[in-house]
Design a binder for this molecule. Sequence first.
Ligand code: ADP
Ligand code: ASP
Ligand code: MG
Length: 463
Amino acid sequence: MKFGGTSLSSANKVRNVSKIVKDHSHHHQITIVASALSGVTNSLVRLSEQAKVSSSEKIAIELDKLSELHTNISKNSIKDSKIKDEVLENISSTLDELKRLLEGISALGEITPRSRDLILSFGERLAVLVIIGALKDIRVNAKHFNGAEAGIVTDEEYGEANPLMSITKMKISKTLQPLLSKGIVPVVTGFMAATQTGDITTLGRGGSDFTATILGAALSADEIWICTDVNGMMTTDPKVMPNARTIPQLSYSEALEMTVFGAKALHPRALEPAQENKISVRVKNTFNLSGPDTLISNDQSVDRGEVAKSVALIKDVAMVNIEGAGMVGKPGIAAKIFDTFARKEINILMISQSVSEANISLVIRRNHLEKIINTLEISLLGRGFANRVNAEDDVGVIAVVGAGMQGSQGVAARVFKAVAEKGINIRMIAQGSSELNISIVIKEKNCEKAVMAIHEEFGMGKP
Ligand code: ADP
Ligand code: ASP
Ligand code: MG
């Protein structure tokens, strides 16, 4: 069972989670994965960016806020004074360790990807201290581990590390299985792991979901539960469309398309260990555990002639257009472009090329834009490959996903019509050959309106 930051952001919520764990531990062997409390990873990201130039006073102010948050939640969720004191002491010494690291970075004036990951891992480490205290307080026999101690071993791709599954599986079952057999509940920090030489790594933003499925696979779990703050995977982000509906069942591939395209409810890579080991994933609402939820498994059901199951929105993207008559009929141009992105380690989310070949458009994360434009200009413009590279950073991607779209005609037409009827111009279109998804790029200011129009067109909000 994995609990996200949104399930842990107050003392009441921590108590709620502890109670859920206690209730389920009576009849099941369970392992808990916890994320950082809501907002904490973002503040660690800021701290790591500013530490290079910050004074120790500034660092101290930020750290005080983290201390206050974790201390208050512990004080209000743990009754037993002995347990409470121990937790408060652990929080304080963990924050001291973080402070020393940040001061080191500030003194050096430099942060490496490796030290950044070490800093980001503190959010989960602090969260687990609070939860373990709350569990012990209600007499749950629990033991906490960080991801590395639990046995998750990764490569050295800091910030987005990849688990080395064979060794990871072996280590996890050696560490955690004996505890489970004794009725002890392991509580593991999400998001963090370590390289083979023991340096701390992180699994990418939202990576606690991935931790949960890695552990689930290693322990041959019956089910993996991702507990969040909404009723499972929904037809669209309920924060955008209040009438978004829970999708009761998704195949791994459908869920993957949804997550890649911004359905934040799940980390995109989280499905890999589950799918490989044929373990079902349930996305549930921590605050309404017996309410509607989503089961993700091998089955691909197409209900009620439903062609499109969900519509997702990603906003922090930019579109790069590369144009030029010199590109027509010249083999290798696309390869040259992709190679430029690869060398800068920039992931391309969407690609489209017109038949005339005079134009290739790509969508990337917005924060990568600056890094790529100059490089593209140098590698393409000077050499007669292309004569214009431009970028739009005020766009968003809308992705319509559903297995029912395979081989069903007119879906794209309905998407375009719904958007056009709202007077919104489509800047770029792509459909994967899997036919599980159609994506369009439009101006960011129109995104919400377009999501609503598509949601309506396919009747996704109707029970
Ligand atoms: P957690 O703290 O549990 O990891 P996240 O904030 O990472 O929570 O993800 C849950 C959020 O994802 C929801 O609150 C919801 O606003 C957002 N979301 C976006 N698209 C979807 C979708 N299609 N279905 C469910 N949630 C979605
Ligand atoms: N705390 C990490 C993040 O905010 C991991 C997670 O929440 O899953 O990205
Ligand atoms: Mg998340």
